[in-house]
Design a protein around this ligand. Structure first.
Ligand code: GDP
Ligand code: IMO
Ligand code: MG
Length: 428
C-alpha cells in the first residue's frame, strides 16, 4: 500500500501543482480533498502552461483517475470551463474525472456574499480570492448547503434551492440591504450545469476504498497551505477549510492509516497573498528581486505576492501539524546568485526568544524573526541529481533537515516537470 499526501507547508502557492503532476507518474488516482477555485496550481509541461483550480493536477497524464473529493467546494461553471480548456488542448477528462456526490456546490450567492463581506470589512478585509469559498463552507457547516447529488437531480435541486434561498435572502437583505436572489433564475442556469456534470458523480469514499483494495496508489493533492488552515493557520487570515493532512481524511473519506507518506511543499523562501501576519516579509530590494525573478504574482487574482525569507519556525510547525515525512523544496533556482541566504530560526516576542508559532494572533503579529545564514549557490544550471547539486545547496538542505527533523525528498529547480531532482520517491 502506497498512498501519498502533498500538502502546502506555508501560505499557499508553494508549487504543489508541479509536485503533484510529477508524482502522478507513480500514482493511479489523484484526489483533491479541500478548497475550491481559490486554488491556482500551475503546471508547465514541454513549455506549455496550465493552471488548475478544481481538476486535480494529475489530469495531463493518461490512464489516471482524477477525483474531486467531498471536502472540496465546487463551482460548476468554473469546473466546466476548466474541462473545456483541457479538451481544447487535447486532454480528455471525460473518462478520467470523477466527483464525489457529497461535494458541496458554490452557488452564485456565495460568490456575491464573499465580495460583500470583504467590502463590509473595509480596512480589516481578509484579502479573499472572491470565489465564494468562505460563504460556501458556511452553508455547508450551517447545513444549508447544496451538494452535487442535489445539483444533478432536478426536482431535488429545485426544492432545496427554493427552501435555502428563503433564508439566504432574509440574510442578505438584513445584512447588506441586497434585493435577494431569484430561485428560478439560478435553477435555470445551474440545472444545466448539473446535467452536464451528472455522469461524473460517484460515491467518492467507496470508489477510493475499492481502488485501494485493488492495490491502486492514491495521491492526495492539497490546496492552499498549512498557515491558511481554518484551525491551525493565522486565523482569521485563513481560508475556510482544513488544508493540513487531517483534511485528507475528512475531505476524501479515507482513514489516517491509509496514508503512508505526507510531503510538505515549501518554497526556498516564503510568499503570501492577501492580508495577515508574515514575520519574515521583506520590504527591500531583496524582496523585490525574489518577486521579479520568481514571477510572484497570484495565479488566480494576479495580485503581487508578498515575499520574504524562509521561515523555519513556521516550517517546523507545519511538520508538526501535518506529521510530515518528507519535504519538497521548490523554486530553489530563484535564489541563484543571491549571495547570502537567510532562515528565520526563532522569533522574539515582547523581548523573549521563542521557537514556536504562537496561536494567539496578536502575539504572532508581534513576533520579530531572528535569522541564521548560509552561503548561497551561484547557479543550479546543470544540476540533475543529488551528486551534481552545488556544495552550498547541500549545506542549505542539511540546515533545513536538521532544523525541522524532516528529510528533503524533492528539490525543484524550475517550473518544468523535468526540472526536478528526486532524492527519495515517496511511492517507492
Ligand atoms: P501551487 O498553488 O502550490 O500549485 O503553486 P502556484 O502554481 O500557484 O505557484 C507556483 C509557481 O511557481 C508557478 O508559477 C509554477 O510554475 C512555478 N514553479 C514551481 N516550481 C518552480 C521552480 O522550482 N522554479 C521556478 N522558477 N518556478 C517554479
Ligand atoms: P493555492 O492552492 C495562496 C488566500 C487568499 C486570502 C485567504 C482567504 O494556489 O496554493 P479565500 O478565497 O480562500 O477565502 O481567501 O487565503 N488563498 C490563497 N493564497 N494560494 C492559494 O491557493 C490560496 N487560496 C486562498 O489570498 O488571503
Ligand atoms: Mg497557487
Amino acid at each position: 500500500m502506497r498512498n501519498v499526501a502533498v500538502i502546502g507547508a506555508q501560505w499557499g502557492d508553494e508549487g504543489k501543482g508541479k509536485i503533484v503532476d510529477m508524482l502522478t507518474d507513480s500514482a493511479d488516482v489523484i484526489v483533491r480533498f479541500q478548497g475550491g477555485s481559490n486554488a491556482g496550481h500551475t503546471l508547465v509541461v514541454n513549455g506549455e502552461k496550465f493552471v488548475f483550480s478544481l481538476i486535480p493536477s494529475g489530469a495531463l497524464h493518461k490512464n489516471k483517475t482524477c477525483l474531486i473529493g467531498p471536502g472540496v467546494v465546487v463551482d460548476p461553471k468554473g469546473l466546466l470551463q476548466e474541462m473545456a480548456n483541457l479538451e481544447k488542448h487535447g486532454y480528455q477528462v471525460d473518462t478520467s474525472l470523477k466527483i464525489s456526490g457529497t461535494t458541496h456546490v458554490i452557488m452564485p450567492y456565495h460568490r456575491e456574499m464573499d465580495v460583500l463581506f470583504e467590502q463590509k470589512r473595509g480596512a480589516k478585509k481578509l484579502g479573499t480570492t472572491g470565489k465564494g469559498i468562505g460563504p460556501a463552507y458556511e452553508s455547508k457547516t450551517g447545513r444549508r448547503g447544496i451538494r452535487v447529488w442535489d445539483l444533478i437531480n432536478p426536482d431535488q435541486f429545485k426544492q432545496k434551492l427554493t427552501e435555502i434561498l428563503v433564508d439566504v435572502n432574509d440574510y442578505v437583505k438584513a445584512m447588506f440591504n441586497h434585493q435577494g436572489f431569484d430561485a428560478n433564475k439560478i435553477y435555470e442556469e445551474y440545472s444545466v450545469y448539473g446535467q452536464k456534470l451528472k455522469k461524473y458523480a460517484v460515491e467518492g469514499p467507496l470508489f477510493l476504498s475499492n481502488e485501494m483494495n485493488n492495490n491502486k496508489k492514491v495521491l492526495f493533492e492539497g490546496a492552499q497551505g498549512t498557515m491558511l488552515d481554518i484551525d491551525h493557520g493565522t486565523y482569521p487570515f485563513v481560508t475556510s477549510s482544513n488544508t493540513t493532512s487531517g483534511g485528507v481524511c475528512t475531505g476524501s473519506g479515507v482513514g489516517p492509516t491509509k496514508i503512508t507518506e505526507v510531503i510538505g511543499v515549501s518554497k526556498a523562501y516564503t510568499t503570501r497573498v492577501g492580508e495577515g501576519p508574515f514575520p519574515t516579509e521583506l520590504f527591500d530590494e531583496t524582496g523585490n528581486k525574489i518577486r521579479s525573478v520568481g514571477a510572484e504574482y497570484g495565479a488566480v487574482t494576479g495580485r503581487p505576492r508578498r515575499c520574504g525569507w524562509l521561515d523555519l519556525v513556521a516550517l517546523k510547525y507545519s511538520a508538526m501539524i501535518n506529521g510530515l515525512t518528507g519535504i519538497a523544496i521548490t523554486k530553489a533556482d530563484v535564489l541563484n546568485g543571491i549571495g547570502t541566504i537567510k532562515f528565520a530560526t526563532s522569533y522574539t516576542l515582547d523581548g523573549k526568544k521563542i521557537d514556536y508559532v504562537p496561536s494567539n494572533l496578536p502575539e504572532f503579529e508581534r513576533c520579530k524573526p531572528n535569522f541564521e545564514e548560509v552561503k548561497g549557490w551561484k547557479t543550479l544550471d546543470g544540476a540533475n541529481d543529488a551528486q551534481s547539486i552545488p556544495a552550498e545547496m547541500k549545506e542549505y538542505i542539511k540546515f533545513i533537515e536538521s532544523y525541522t527533523g524532516v528529510k528533503v525528498y524533492i528539490l525543484s529547480i524550475g517550473p518544468e516537470r523535468t526540472q526536478t531532482i528526486v532524492f527519495k520517491d515517496p511511492f517507492k
